[in-house]
Ligand binder design. Structure first.
Ligand code: ZN
Ligand code: ZN
Length: 445
């Protein structure tokens, strides 16, 4: 009885030392000031790193030099660095006492396209990709993410009295091919290294610099590739009765499949199917013997995705049956899954980021592109994925109200972030987000 009472009292005492609400919140203004002071001296190096990576981009799974640059930066900060995780990936670990493991992810890869910004640090580099030579350009802004990632690591190491636990900074290859996250996981990311308690990633885009966009729940779309081959019977264009016309089947499918969107899917749920390519035939007087369609299917929710895939398959088969053709070949290639932001992780970071950024931190609807950070979420890492802007606020406002030109977005050859305020926002927001997660876990939530 006394032992029971003692245990009860001890547990009550423990509760009293860790009251969840009474514990002092992070002193955000003080931390913000410290981060800004640290950035003031760190920025010139981050700027040089950014411009070097920007001028020498590397394509998916070829990011050897980029990975080596990041590995060297992290080693210099005292991280334990492992290279070649998932071909070209980097894992950098920093232990700072007992506490949770918090992951911060950047991508390493650029795109196979020519940069046309005319910037002094523009890329003129080329690479061999799928057997042919191509220009390479950091037009998705992953170079901004890398500079912010290194800057965040540096800032957190400088602030190591403010947190306890482990930093796990990962640099992921081949995001653009939706293959790098899978490659790192398959290479033991969460078995050879600690499995993080919380994860963060950011992406830049054509909004105003200094702003942060975030959301709870669905953050980006599921992407599936669609490949259909309709089999017909070729013949003379003037004698269609002797043929089975696959061009007719392809045309009918492209139109009819939209009724899956408009009549079968719940109209309040997001779902898109676009057929981006049709390959069939050679000349106007020849009915070809097959037609190939290539498309993309985008959804947010698994149940909507399942419904659309079933409808697409049924429509393709029905179109062939109507033409008395053999069944078509249908292949759905699973791409990136939707990134689902964890309500608790976002809720904690949101308070801290709102205190630091005020109304420049806004909740926005999910984006319809896709992102393979979802692989880490689906492997069990509760996460927050947020977005930062890259352009002068005045130019963004003018583009929005129609008094200025549209600004180039990601994957445009003209995409040109303004480095300093963009990277500084990335570092500040990511540092505060990580600190919020350490603080939340320290409170035992
Ligand atoms: Zn991209
Ligand atoms: Zn990207």
């Amino acid at each position: 009885m006394t032992r029971y009472l003692a245990a009860l009292l001890a547990s009550l005492a423990l509760c009293a030392t860790l009251p969840q609400s009474a514990r002092a919140e992070l002193d955000v203004p003080a931390l913000k000031a410290k981060i800004e002071t640290s950035l003031e001296s760190d920025y010139p190096k981050l700027d040089a790193l950014y411009k070097d990576i920007h001028a020498h981009p590397e394509i998916a799974f070829q990011e050897e030099k980029t990975a080596a640059k990041l590995a060297a930066e992290m080693r210099a900060l005292g991280f334990e660095v492992t290279e070649h995780v998932g071909k070209t990936g980097v894992v950098a670990i920093y232990n700072n006492g007992d506490g949770p493991t918090i992951m911060v992810r950047t991508e390493l890869d650029a795109l196979p396209m020519e940069e046309k910004t005319g910037l002094p640090y523009a890329s003129h580099d080329k690479a061999i990709w799928h057997g042919r030579e191509t220009f390479v350009d950091h037009s998705c802004g992953h170079d901004i993410h890398m500079a912010s990632w290194v800057g965040t690591a540096k800032t957190l190491v400088g602030l190591k009295d403010e947190w306890h636990g482990t930093l796990m900074f990962i640099a992921q290859p081949a995001e653009e091919e939706v293959a790098g996250a899978k490659a790192m996981l398959a290479d033991g990311l969460f078995t050879r290294f600690p499995k993080p308690d919380v994860g963060f990633a950011l992406h830049d885009g054509p909004g105003a610099y200094g702003t942060i966009a975030y959301r709870v729940g669905v953050g980006s779309s599921n992407a599936d590739g669609l490949f259909i081959k309709f089999h017909g019977r070729g013949g003379h264009g003037a004698m269609p009765q002797a043929t089975i016309d696959p061009v007719m089947m392809a045309a009918r499918f492209v139109v009819d499949v939209q009724s899956v969107i408009s009549r079968e899917k719940d109209p309040t749920e997001f779902g898109v199917i676009s057929v981006g390519a049709i390959h069939s035939g050679t000349a106007g007087n020849i009915i070809p013997d097959e037609a190939i369609l290539v498309g993309t299917i985008r959804t947010f929710k698994p149940e909507v995705r399942a419904k659309m895939l079933a409808g697409i398959e049924r429509t393709a088969k029905a179109v062939a049956a109507m033409a008395d053709a053999p069944a078509p070949d249908i292949r759905i290639e699973e791409g990136a899954k939707a990134v689902i932001n964890d309500p608790a992780v976002v809720g904690t970071a949101e308070k801290v980021l709102k205190a630091a950024f005020g109304d420049k931190m806004r909740a926005t609807p999910p984006g319809t592109p896709s992102e393979d950070y979802s692989e880490f979420v689906n492997a069990g890492v509760p996460s927050m994925f947020f977005n930062i802007g890259v352009y002068e606020p005045e130019r963004v406002a003018a583009a929005r109200n129609g008094t200025g030109p549209q600004l180039p977005g990601n994957h445009s050859p003209l995409f040109a972030p303004v480095p300093k305020p963009t990277i500084e926002t990335g570092v500040e927001a990511m540092t505060l987000a990580v600190l919020s997660a350490f603080d939340q876990r320290a409170q035992g939530h």
